[in-house]
Write a protein that binds this ligand. Structure first.
Ligand SMILES: [Zn+2]
Length: 293
């Protein structure tokens, strides 16, 4: 384990421990979440050393890397994934009719395949070898390992997307710099993140599945993400919700809490979260659309 004495984004020493959270998904180990008093970032601390992070993804249930259907949660996941793919395409095609897209953390490649079928030039980065190979063999996509990200040509992509990826990345600042360098000057950088101050996060507290320790190393409130974007000379031009995530994350959280009637409770929690967020903007998951300043 690696213990951080300063904030991993702004390097402030003004950090405090806020919460103890269990890894319900896999290891059942406990991790602490710390808060930076200066930039509002929440971060998992101590965190596994980079070379040991992979073992926390080593589960047949790790859905984003899995294409099998397993039970109610699996079925719901695939249903929501279809809705999400269409929504993501709609958001991106409103920014650019067509062009060159890079999806970092593309998993098994379903989103890129949707774009490929609509004449976009598609590239993916995926650290998980089996997901990467699936994307290449099933969809004939060009998908490379994470370490090749920095070798991609400068200012070349019209769209760079990271859907629920940045929270997993050990060096957030380095990733933001690399993405900015390979983004076209008129391109858009799209980052979707769980929102740790959403109503469902507040409701479930340490059971909130959006914390997903230790796979999630950073937990960005909208305030923390705005500071990060500014630090890297990026401007947020739009913030959009992923409303379905409130239901999915609530269902996982109910499972972690081992409540009775989890489906009904999750539906209510998701509905309440979205209703409250329709006024505050604090949806369970937020999509930030960025441009170079
Ligand atoms: Zn900070």
């Amino acid at each position: 384990m690696k213990k951080l004495d300063t904030c991993p984004v702004c390097q402030s020493e003004n950090i405090l421990v806020t919460m103890d959270v269990k890894d319900y998904f896999l290891s059942q180990e406990h991790f602490s979440i710390w808060k930076c008093q200066d930039c509002d970032l929440l971060f998992t601390n101590p965190r596994p050393e980079n070379e040991y992070l992979a073992k926390y993804y080593d589960s047949p249930d790790y859905l984003s890397h899995d294409t099998k259907d397993n039970g109610a949660i699996g079925k719901l996941y695939f249903f929501l994934r279809e809705i999400n793919i269409k929504r993501k395409y709609k958001i991106i095609s409103a920014l650019h009719d067509t062009g060159k897209i890079l999806d970092i953390g593309c998993g098994t490649g379903e989103l890129l395949n949707y774009f490929q079928n609509r004449k976009w030039e598609c590239f993916g980065i995926e650290p998980n070898a089996s997901a990467r190979n699936f994307a290449k063999s099933h969809y004939q996509l060009r998908v490379e390992e994470e370490q090749n990200l920095q070798n991609l040509p400068v200012a070349s992509f019209d769209i760079i997307s990271m859907w629920h990826v940045l929270e997993h990345v050990p060096d957030v600042n380095e990733r933001m710099q690399v993405a900015k360098r390979i983004l076209h000057d008129n391109g858009y950088f799209i980052i979707a993140l769980p929102n740790p101050i959403s109503p469902d996060a507040m409701h479930y507290q340490e059971y909130w599945a959006g914390l997903d320790v230790p796979r999630h190393l950073s937990h960005f409130s909208p305030k923390a993400f705005k500071k990060l974007a500014k630090l890297h000379g990026l401007q947020i031009i739009n913030i959009l919700p992923l409303k379905m995530d409130a239901y999915y994350v609530s269902l996982l959280s109910e499972r972690y809490k081992k409540t009775s009637l989890p489906l009904m409770r999750a539906f209510l929690s998701g509905y309440r979260s979205n209703r409250s967020a329709s006024k505050s903007g604090n949806y369970s998951s937020l999509i930030y659309v960025l441009k170079k300043m």
